[in-house]
Design a binder for this molecule. Structure first.
Ligand code: K1U
Ligand code: ZN
Length: 189
């Protein structure tokens, strides 16, 4: 089957495509790369490029053992996020042009980020959110989330605004993290 025909069948063959040889692992930008601060643009239409991007993002998220990934993190500045908080990493969810339409309560949660490897810290965010987005067919849906799912959705939506969880920490912590990651980068070069 040709690659384009394969992507036309994305929805029916979701699992098949997950293990397709046509997918790619995308490089994840590392903090403090300035490209992480770019604001993502809305998706105009869910076409084959977007479906292909989504599949590559899901594969990249799984390979990096993450529970979420924003297109910004793979240097694509479009409003696309993927999430999978299932234990088996077999329930990917896709949010195109996500909008936070309701938020309630507050909760402090330990966060990590694939763009800030090895760094974890607490961030306070809304405990319950309602997000409206497009699915892979371009249809609008709304989803109510709480706990880890709500935290992760807000974390990923921040990426689309050019914001990283480290930005919520004190300047002292931010500078320490930057120094640590720059040192690590020098050591790997
Ligand atoms: O945006 C990202 O880089 C993904 C990030 C999502 C996230 C994790 C925890 C709290 C908020 C947002 C990650 O997946 S980092 C990996 C990680 O810390 C983790 C992995 C599995 C379960 C829990 C955390
Ligand atoms: Zn992140």
């Amino acid at each position: 089957m040709r690659a384009d025909a394969r992507y036309n069948k994305t929805l029916q063959n979701f699992k098949l495509i997950l293990y397709s040889p046509f997918m790619a692992l995308l490089p994840i930008l590392r903090y403090p790369d300035t490209r992480l601060y770019k604001k993502a643009k809305p998706v105009r239409e869910v076409d084959e490029y977007i479906r292909c991007l989504v599949q590559d993002m899901i594969e990249t998220m799984k390979a990096a053992v993450g529970i979420g990934l924003a297109a910004t993190q793979v240097d694509v500045h479009l409003r696309v996020i993927v999430l999978d908080i299932s234990k088996e990493q077999n329930n990917p969810e896709v949010f195109i042009n996500p909008r936070l339409i309701q938020q309630k309560g507050q909760r402090e949660h330990e966060e990590g980020c694939l763009s800030v490897p090895g760094i974890y810290d607490k961030v306070t965010r809304a405990d319950r959110v309602v997000v409206e987005a497009w699915d892979l067919e371009g249809k609008t849906f709304a989803l109510e989330a709480e706990g880890l799912m709500a935290t992760c959705l807000q974390h990923e939506m921040d990426h689309l605004e050019g914001k990283v969880f480290v930005d919520y920490l004190s300047l002292l912590k931010q500078n320490r993290i930057k120094a640590k990651l720059r040192k690590r980068l020098r050591e790997t070069l």
